[in-house]
Design a protein around this ligand. Structure first.
Ligand SMILES: Cc1cc2nc3c(=O)[nH]c(=O)nc-3n(C[C@H](O)[C@H](O)[C@H](O)COP(=O)(O)OP(=O)(O)OC[C@H]3O[C@@H](n4cnc5c(N)ncnc54)[C@H](O)[C@@H]3O)c2cc1C
Ligand code: FES
Length: 294
């Protein structure tokens, strides 16, 4: 059993949780993930590592509340336990002295970007971070991103800031203006990673994306997480989750991710009906002054 020692709603439907998991905290590296099971009837839920502290023996995740498993997790409170946490899984992100690096992130992808920026800075890179959100209330950990990065750009899809648009627009503009980038890293939903990869493609800047296909075992044995990269089949859980975004077949990835939508919808409706009394603990909305319910 793994105890939840912190829980915070960061943005609408986006939750940060910290777990006591000393062995994962000792071994974790940027770009890796864990697989969690809430209880013995739970599916295996992959979540990227958004931080870890080997001294305290804790690991952090940031998740978007989408369907049954993330709802179940969101309904837990500080002091509750989850049944299993397996990790760290996947290949760590390749970090070396690239030079000028752009980190693009949005939604739950802001979480794993934090340890990545730290590692890139430790390796001697200059890091320009661009964080996107539908509007102000969807951005979290802005000060942490600003403190860690050499430059931070915050872009809002609703146009309510000085740099309107999404991260892909920012990257096109940034590269068109002649700014240098030696590597781009992207964390966010598959659509965001796809459009950022398209934005950088004409400039030939290698763009590393962290893929989130459906997973089952997370150890390379079931084939559920297969993705096509450069015309070859790769398993995101053991060969990734990082891949070159210019080589990913995004159409097959998104089609495969949508293959169980009917079953997922049914599962969510049944869970909500049976667990109406737990919904009160989900509290996925921040209050208006920016502080979050716990
Ligand atoms: C290596 C890896 C790391 C991940 N890291 C994170 C993370 O840090 N935080 C996080 O919130 N999620 C992360 N994910 C995605 C997360 O595992 C899924 O969103 C989760 O399994 C959804 O489970 P569910 O039962 O709540 O929803 P489901 O019922 O399984 O899904 C609900 C709906 O959301 C769609 N969906 C599922 N996954 C995604 C997705 N990734 N993006 C957009 N739509 C999706 C489904 O097609 C379905 O329509 C990661 C996935 C992988 C493989
Ligand atoms: S999740 Fe089974 S092979 Fe990757």
């Amino acid at each position: 059993m793994y105890r939840i020692c912190e829980k915070e709603v960061l943005a609408p439907n986006i939750i940060h949780m910290r777990f006591e998991a000393p062995r994962i905290a000792e071994a974790a590296r940027p770009g890796q993930f864990l697989i969690l099971r809430v209880d013995d009837r739970g599916e295996r839920l992959p979540l990227s590592l958004a931080g870890w502290d080997p001294e305290l023996g804790t690991v952090d995740v940031v998740f978007y509340v989408l369907g049954t498993s993330t709802m179940k997790l969101a309904s837990l409170k500080v002091g509750d336990n989850v049944l299993n946490l397996a990790g760290p899984l996947g290949e760590p992100t390749e970090v070396s002295r690239f030079g000028e690096v752009i980190c693009a992130c949005g939604c739950f992808g802001i979480g794993p970007t934090i340890p990545l920026i730290k590692a890139l800075k430790d390796a001697g890179n200059r890091v320009v971070t661009v964080v996107e959100g539908r509007g102000r209330s969807f951005i979290f950990w802005e000060e942490r991103l600003r403190d860690l990065s050499d430059e931070l750009h915050v872009v809002f899809g609703d146009g309510s800031c000085s740099e309107p648009g999404w991260a892909n627009k920012f990257i096109s503009r940034y590269l068109e203006e002649g700014n240098r980038a030696d590597r781009i890293f992207v964390h966010g939903c598959p659509f965001m990673m796809m459009v950022v990869s398209e934005a950088s493609r004409p400039f030939g800047v290698k763009t590393v994306v962290s893929l989130t296909p459906l997973m089952v075992d997370g150890t390379g044995m079931c084939g559920a997480c297969r993705v096509e990269v450069g015309g070859e089949t790769r398993f995101a859980c053991v060969d990734g989750p990082d891949f070159d975004g210019h080589l990913v077949n995004w159409r097959t990835l998104t089609n495969r991710m949508r293959q169980l939508v009917d079953e997922e919808d049914l599962s969510q409706r049944l869970w909500e009906r049976r667990n109406w009394h737990r919904l009160v603990h989900i509290q996925t909305n921040c209050n208006t002054n920016g502080r979050c319910y716990r």
